[in-house]
Ligand binder design. Structure first.
Ligand code: GLA
Length: 388
């Protein structure tokens, strides 16, 4: 995004060229491995991307919050009140939910003019929601000198999404967007919130994201269903061990699961979470050892488990993954994010990238009738102010 033209758009929208807006950027994220583990207190390994959400923001004297976006024609205006409430299915619920969280913390917020622009594809599983929440939280913290730490902003943004928007997500997305570091992935323990930035050196491999471009359908309800299935598993396992989440078990325990979980569906869900945590631990280790071949195998196993045990893939993601694996130079490929559509993440040997893109595009189109998009992202820093 060109900063000058973004500022110009802001002036076209809100006038008063004498007072410049302040600009912020918050990335999207891709998760390399560790899916559906965050709300089970497990391990994840995401990184922030060089595409995300831009915000130009300016304080005004009246008590009005003005929301506008360059992405679509859907402006919104809300009068400030102590009890802000959700506005149907409007996109402005994401920033509004964050403002509401600031107010709940007694941080005084006044009238605001805001212009957003996002270059993360919406609903593609690359955290466009966390990105818009975190860009708002980072901006408010800065312009009102609220003194909140990155972790506060992350927790507050997750809360906005859980309670205001009504999507019961875990903490991975907001955390990755807040704590991203250029050329590093974040190895996060979602139970303790301890984390480590691990350099991502992929040798002769490129990181490729492929968008199924499948329209999102039942993702939220299926997501919540998976969460309750995991809670059920924890309940059933109490007589095995008094655990509070599935991630307290490790791969040595999987042999005992059948004894305590008779429901085959719940059993599979538990098996995925436990095996996925094991894969993240190994993936971080082998990445540090520059063993990208093994990292790719673990990505493949992760997808297989998400397909067979967690059942969150579907024809579009599976087509990209399993047809992708047949192409030369594919080191590893898996779905990323919540699933049911959205994107895959793949490691592809650099010389084979053009063949991967053209080969996968045509076979995917033939099988699903949809045209996929391919991105070759850079791994970037977390949310912050844009200085210029
Ligand atoms: C979505 C949620 C995350 C996480 C992933 C699955 O992206 O927002 O919290 O649960 O799905 O790993």
């Amino acid at each position: 995004m060109d900063i000058l033209s973004f500022t110009e758009k802001f002036f076209e929208k809100y006038g008063n060229r004498n007072e410049k807006p302040v600009l912020f950027f918050s990335p999207g994220r891709v998760n390399l491995i560790g899916e559906h583990t965050d709300y089970n207190g497990g391990f994840v390994f995401p990184c922030a991307l060089n595409f995300g959400t831009y915000l130009a923001i300016r304080t005004v004297k009246d008590k009005t919050l003005r929301f506008s976006t360059l992405n679509f024609d859907d402006d919104d205006e809300v009068q400030l009140a102590n009890n802000l409430s959700k506005r149907g299915n409007k996109w402005s619920n994401y920033p509004l939910g964050v403002i509401s969280e600031f107010l709940k913390r007694k941080i005084s917020v006044g009238g605001l003019e805001m212009l957003f622009y996002g270059d993360v594809p919406n609903g593609a599983g690359l955290s466009s929601s966390a990105s818009i929440e975190m860009v708002t939280a980072t901006a408010l913290n800065d312009i009102y000198s609220a003194g909140l730490k990155t972790l506060d902003l992350v927790i507050l943004s997750q809360k906005a999404e859980n309670e205001f928007v009504g999507m019961n997500c875990g903490i991975m997305d907001q955390f990755a967007v807040g704590f991203g570091k250029k050329d590093h992935a974040i190895f996060l323990n979602c139970d303790t919130l301890d984390y480590e930035n691990v350099p991502v050196n992929l040798g002769n491999n490129a990181l490729i994201i492929t968008n199924t471009n499948k329209r999102r359908g039942l993702t939220d309800s299926k997501y919540n269903e998976r969460r309750s299935e995991c809670e059920k598993a924890v309940e059933l396992l109490q007589s095995f061990r008094p655990i509070k989440n599935l991630s307290e078990l490790n791969t040595d325990d999987t042999g005992f699961l059948e004894e305590f979980i008779k429901d085959p569906v719940i059993l599979k869900r538990a098996r995925h979470v436990i095996s996925e945590n094991g894969r993240v631990l190994e993936a971080v280790k082998v990445l540090k050892e520059n063993n990208i071949r093994r990292f790719g195998e673990l990505m493949n196993q992760s997808h297989d488990s998400l397909k067979d045990d967690y059942e969150v893939t579907g024809n579009e993601l599976d087509t990209l993954v399993y047809e992708g694996r047949k192409l030369p130079g594919v080191t590893g490929t898996r779905m990323t994010g919540a699933g049911f559509g959205g994107c895959t993440v793949s490691l592809v040997e650099k010389e084979h990238v053009p063949g991967f893109i053209s080969g996968l595009k045509s076979v995917y189109q033939e099988i699903t009738g949809l045209v996929p998009d391919f991105y070759q992202p850079e791994i970037s820093d977390g949310a912050g102010r844009i200085s210029w």
